[in-house]
Ligand binder design. Structure first.
Ligand SMILES: O=C(O)CCC(=O)C(=O)O
Length: 280
C-alpha cells in the first residue's frame, strides 16, 4: 500500500513555492522534480570521475580498507561514519569542505549541478536564497557531497533528525530550524537495477522504533519486517527532495555492473526562516 504523498513535476513548469515547508511540516512527503540537469552532461561527469577514481580522496563510510567494496563520498558529511562514529570534528569537516569545492569545480566543469539544484530548491522554498551554514571562524560548510555506491551495496536504514543528536551536528544546530530537515539528491547514474530510495512508514521519535544492543543500534531487520515501505527511483538529472529527517529510509542494494552516483545533502530553513540552509 502506498503511504508516501508524492508530488511529481517537470522542472520546466510551474513549481509550488510552499512545497519544501509543506514537506517539512508533514502536509506531504516527497517531491520528484524531473529534468533539472541534462542526463548526458551528468554521464560525462561520471566518466571523468571513474577515469580518476583511484586517485580521488574518497571518504569511505564503512572501513579504512580501500580494497573493500563500500560507499564512498567526495567531501565529508557531518554525519557519523567509520572514521568518526559521532560525526567529524568541525576543523576536519571544514578542510574537507574546502577540498570538495575545489574538486567539484574540476570534475563538474561546465555542468552547474549545484546551481541548478539550488535554483529549484529556491523555487520550492518560496524564492528564499539558498546558503551554506558558516562556522564561527567564517568558513562555509559543504553544500553537498558526491556519493558513490558500488554494485552489491546500498545505504543502511537511517533518519535525518537522529543526526541532530550526534556531535558532528552540534555547530550547525543554532543556525537552523531544528524541528524539520529534508534530504535532497540528484542521481548522476543509477545501477542497472536496485539503488531505489526505500521510504518506510516509520517516523522519527515513534516509541515503536526498534533498537538492538540496548538502544545503540537501529534494528533495520525488524523495520524491514514490520513496516510498510515504498521504493522511489529518480532518474539521472531528476531532483528528489523528501522528508528524510522524519521518515526512516534506506537505499536498496545496487545490482549489475555500474555503481550508483548521486549528489546531494540536507536542506532546511535558517533559524529566522528567511533563508534556505543547505549542507551535508
Ligand atoms: O542516495 C543518496 O545520495 C542519499 C539518500 C539518502 O539516504 C538521504 O538523502 O538521506
Amino acid at each position: 500500500m502506498p503511504h508516501l504523498r508524492i508530488t511529481d513535476l517537470p522542472a520546466s513548469g510551474e513549481l509550488p513555492p510552499s512545497l519544501l515547508v509543506d514537506i517539512g511540516q508533514r502536509r506531504t512527503d516527497l517531491a520528484l522534480i524531473r529534468g533539472v540537469v541534462d542526463p548526458a552532461a551528468l554521464a560525462a561527469v561520471v566518466q571523468r570521475i571513474e577515469a580518476r577514481r583511484a586517485d580521488l580522496p574518497w571518504v569511505l563510510q564503512e572501513s579504512d580498507d580501500r580494497e573493500r567494496p563500500q560507499m564512498g563520498l567526495l567531501g565529508s558529511s557531518l554525519t557519523p561514519y567509520n572514521a568518526f562514529p559521532d560525526g567529524p570534528p568541525l576543523p576536519y569537516y571544514l578542510d574537507q569542505a574546502d577540498r570538495f569545492r575545489a574538486l567539484y569545480a574540476e570534475l563538474f566543469e561546465g555542468v552547474d549541478l549545484l546551481g541548478a539544484a539550488s535554483a529549484v530548491l529556491s523555487r520550492l522554498g518560496g524564492g528564499r536564497p539558498v546558503v551554506e551554514p558558516v562556522s564561527p571562524d567564517g568558513r562555509a560548510f559543504a553544500p553537498a557531497t558526491l556519493r558513490r555506491v558500488p554494485p552489491g551495496k546500498g545505504i543502511p536504514t537511517h533518519v535525518g533528525r537522529w543526526f541532530q543528536e550526534t556531535g558532528g551536528f552540534r555547530p550547525l544546530l543554532p543556525q537552523v530550524e531544528t524541528s524539520w530537515q529534508l534530504s535532497w539528491f540528484v542521481p548522476l547514474q543509477q545501477g542497472e537495477q536496485g539503488g531505489e530510495l526505500v521510504v518506510y512508514d516509520l517516523q522519527y521519535g515513534d516509541p515503536a522504533v526498534p533498537w538492538r544492543e540496548r538502544g545503540r543500534v537501529l534494528d533495520d531487520e525488524a523495520i524491514e519486517r514490520g513496516w510498510q515501505q515504498e521504493p522511489v527511483l529518480p532518474q539521472p538529472g531528476d531532483l528528489m527532495v523528501f522528508n528524510g529527517g522524519h521518515l526512516y529510509h534506506r537505499v536498496s542494494p545496487v545490482q549489475g555492473s555500474r555503481p550508483r552516483y548521486t549528489f546531494g545533502g540536507f536542506v532546511g530553513l535558517s533559524a529566522d526562516h528567511r533563508r534556505l540552509v543547505r549542507w551535508n
